[in-house]
Design a protein around this ligand. Structure first.
Ligand SMILES: [Zn+2]
Length: 169
């Protein structure tokens, strides 16, 4: 049934002005096919945002053979992000501090993904160290982490385009 403005029709019957149907609130079921749906971007949880960020950088860095999870952990004194990975099964978990600001997630995610990307070199160095004398092994091993971290931080700056936020491991 069509009613003109000013007519009093049954609840939910609607009215027509210039081919636009005006509905009383609420719109009755089955009516309102010409109603414009305004959609908003979904509101993501913190965990979903991190998942999205990890997936974005994995794609950009070509780490598609890996499965990487993201988890938030209570803040630790010496780092805001760390990663535990299993290069044999291409699985890793990136742990971000609960208090790590969102604008620095890119940096931390890229830094941790670099650990995955370069894990074959890491394994190669470890293998070489196994074949050196114990005393030299200790000295060489102590140099490895600072060198790797310094290189990763420079690569991060080049990839993400911002400077180092806080100590990363
Ligand atoms: Zn690191």
């Amino acid at each position: 049934m069509e009613v003109k403005i000013g007519d009093v029709g049954p609840v939910g019957s609607g009215s027509t002005i210039n081919n636009l149907k005006i509905y009383p609130y609420p719109i009755p079921p089955g009516e309102g096919t010409n109603v414009i749906n305004v959609s908003f971007p979904p509101i993501l949880t913190k965990g979903e945002k991190l998942k999205q960020k990890i997936s974005y950088w994995m794609n950009r860095m070509g780490l598609l053979e890996w499965t990487v999870w993201g988890e938030f952990v209570p803040p630790e004194e010496d780092s805001s992000a760390r990663c535990i990975f299993d290069p044999l099964h291409y699985q890793a978990t990136i742990y971000l501090s609960d208090e790590h600001p969102e604008e620095q997630w890119d940096w931390s995610v890229v830094h941790e993904l670099l650990h995955l990307m370069l894990s074959p070199i890491d394994a190669y160095i470890d293998e070489l160290l196994l074949h050196t004398e114990k005393r030299e092994q200790v000295v060489l091993d102590s140099h490895k982490e600072p060198i790797v971290e310094a290189v990763f931080n420079r690569l991060c700056r080049a990839i993400v385009g911002s400077s180092r936020p806080r100590l990363e491991r």
